[in-house]
Write a new protein. Sequence first.
Length: 375
Amino acid sequence: MARAGLAEPFQGIRCNGSVSRDPIPPALAGASLAPLLEAARTFLASLDAPQRRAACLAIDDEAWRGWSNFHPWLMPRNGVCLADLGHEQREAALALMRETMSATGYQTARDVMRLNEHALEITGKPEEYSEWYYWVSIFGTPSPEGPWGWQIDGHHLNVNCLVLGDRLVVTPTLMGSEPVLARFGKYSGLRVFATEEEQGYALMSSLPPEVQAAATIGTVLPWEVFGGAFNDNRHIEPGGLRYGDLPQEGRERLEVLLAHYIGYIRPGHSELRWEEAKRHLSDTHFAWIGHVEDTSPFYYRILSPVILVEFDHQPGIVFDNDLPSRDHIHTLVRTPNGGDYGKDLLRQHYLQCHTDEHGAHTHSHTGRNVAEAPK
């Protein structure tokens, strides 16, 4: 049932009033992705032949869309599992994430993995939880010019990255945790998503009551973020309040919150993404589900033609609570209008390849394009 959405051709998250995405921006000066390319080549070189066969997929493989937040063995996974790799191989895999994300983004992702180990300490279920139950795939052949990408897929951590020269797309990205605070054990004191929770609540609580009411689209929290796994083509009504209808303080707080999520991406590219988001602030909506109380769980959403951010408090899985609590959080960042997985970037790239000024250059993107370790 969960994979039924994958049978549909990819269109991307859609919303009323959405507009076409901007053309491919020029390569970002001073923000080379050479370190990420080197990390990919180093990772591939660390693998033996069977591991490389498992890790390497075609650039247009539908495995891109098969990521899932479900427990590791409930769904088939693509790529190589970090639990099956040696220390140096794991470090090489983590370098992909480190070179893609900012220091804050990387720290959050690693802390999500560590808290998945804490879930094992709580439950005593090594078949379900581990710091290393995450699968890494390489799509296409890492190169300075051609498109390629990578994915990490597992419980509460799903990152998809497409690279084209020095251009970068890092969506969909889902990160979550239960619990969000380790109260004992190996990672005692570790906490995630405090900023995302506190800034979202501060934004909503700063609004006058009548504005809060206009932003609220429901009181019963969804069981999952709307744009989660297998929802690549979901239509989402903007709902809530348009950016321009928020009071000045609300607009400022919304910008700070949106910039925080965009700041998961490596420096330079996050600034480029932020400039894109700012150009569409007039079409950006903020929506809230739940109550506005100090301890109550809640959901919020920021939706524009170029970015979707979701935050949701969830019911318990590690803990036995049927109602949402602040101890289980999911966050999501997507690129609506066909931008996820770099699909729109790839589409424009192939269009350019097929229509160069001489009409002679063609670029096939079908078939299995298997990455190889550097020779």
